[in-house]
Design a protein around this ligand. Structure first.
Ligand SMILES: Cc1ncc(COP(=O)(O)O)c(C=O)c1O
Length: 385
């Protein structure tokens, strides 16, 4: 008899995750469909970065690296961290397998049974899954009507929380949390031992008229913040799997212990390529940023006035979080839209308040965006439910 999945008894935490997780397994778009579902840049990695990896391999950089990251890469990251006097030492930086492993190392390092983690939502769905897998308790706090933080609700939820996690610029809402919001969070946490995890994966994707502030630039947050960053989005390097975290030495030491236990050291040639990416002038990424600006304008224009649909214009990242008037749950709407040839993500994937929304990604070509949005409009116009 061949063993089936049911034959084996998974760990209790996996059963918890199966029960609570809203993250779909991603599949490629079927023929004829356009995908506005992926949070993945559709540009190639800059050629200088690819060349650096090739050179590293030819030069024999094919062995284990320092488990916290190559010292030269950590030093380059430390030099470039945001914040006024935030010149951290390389010991306060950990190179990780993408932002995913930075978040994993931080959450597994600090959270266990009995620990409550405040997660303003809708937000990137990995955070809640990691907390569940670590045995902690997820405390979702809905955003306000403008998709910014609801400070009153946060004031009630934060006392006693072990951690608060957010993305800024935010996935899936496209919101850039303002300087005054970040300062208010700092005030709410005064005197507490709550750790802040600031996932700033989209920091270079901020649209004209909006100002991005890193949590490391906010004095009242800096000393309690684990800053999470990745090469995936800025440099179109999703497949390279390289990111990092930075924070107070004690927190970094804890995360480093988890990371080397779960992951071991990171591919040496990839780290040398990441170092090359950091050294690139802004002109290397500006064409990508310009394309996202054009696409954002296209999305805002194409959705303006669409009956039954409402989009808060994206302030950063490459997502439009579209509210629809119809009653149907987002999972059903997403399935229907896939049948009509456009893949999007259900807003409910990002937390209970994401119900009634779909997320579209504009990390997709302009023709795909036009086709996808047209199908979206047709669906809601024809079938408002
Ligand atoms: C907010 C946010 N953080 C982290 C990640 C994962 O980044 P990485 O590819 O570096 O693991 C994503 C990917 O979509 C994201 O949207």
């Amino acid at each position: 008899m061949s063993a089936t999945v049911e034959h084996w008894a998974p760990a209790g935490r996996i059963l918890d995750l199966r029960r609570t997780s809203t993250r779909p397994a991603l599949a490629p778009a079927p023929a004829g469909a356009v995908s506005l579902a992926m949070g993945e840049p559709d540009f190639p990695t800059p050629p200088e970065v690819v060349a650096a990896a090739e050179r590293a391999l030819r030069d024999g950089h094919t062995h284990y690296a320092d488990q916290s990251g190559l010292p030269a890469l950590r030093a380059a990251i430390a030099d470039r961290l945001p914040g006024p006097a935030a010149r951290r030492s390389p010991d306060e930086v950990l190179v990780t397998h993408g932002a995913t492993a930075a978040l994993t190392a931080t959450i597994f390092g600090m959270i266990g049974p009995g620990d409550r983690v405040v997660i303003p939502e809708p937000t990137y769905s990995l955070y809640a899954d990691l907390v569940t897998l670590a045995g902690g308790t997820v405390d979702f706090v809905p955003l306000d009507g403008s998709l910014h933080w609801d400070l009153d609700r946060l004031a009630s939820a934060l006392p006693g929380a072990a951690m608060v996690v957010f993305s800024n610029p935010a996935n899936p809402t496209g919101i850039v949390h303002r300087d005054d919001e970040l300062r208010a969070l700092g005030r709410l946490l005064e005197g507490s031992r709550t750790v802040v995890v600031a996932d700033e994966a989209y920091h270079r994707l901020v649209y004209p008229g909006y100002t991005f502030r890193s949590a490391l630039e906010i004095e009242s947050l800096r000393e309690r913040t684990v800053y999470v960053q990745t090469f995936s989005k800025t440099y179109a390097m999703t497949g390279w799997r390289v990111g990092y975290l930075a924070g107070p030495a004690g927190l970094v030491e804890v995360a480093a212990r988890v990371h080397r236990t779960m992951n071991g050291s990171l591919n040496t040639a990839v780290q040398l390529a990441a170092l090359r990416a950091l050294e690139l002038p802004d002109t290397a990424i500006e064409p990508m940023l310009a394309a996202y600006r054009r696409r954002r304008a296209l999305v805002v224009d194409e959705l303006a006035g669409a009956p039954g649909l409402d989009l808060t214009p994206p302030e950063g990242a490459f997502y439009g979080f579209v509210r629809y008037a119809a009653e149907a749950p987002a999972s059903e709407v997403t399935r229907d839209l896939a049948e009509r040839g456009v893949l999007v993500r259900a807003g409910s994937e990002y937390g209970p308040s994401g119900q009634g929304h779909v997320r579209i990604s504009f990390a997709a070509s302009e023709p795909d965006l036009r086709t996808g949005i047209e199908r979206l409009r047709e669906y809601f116009a024809a079938d408002p439910m």
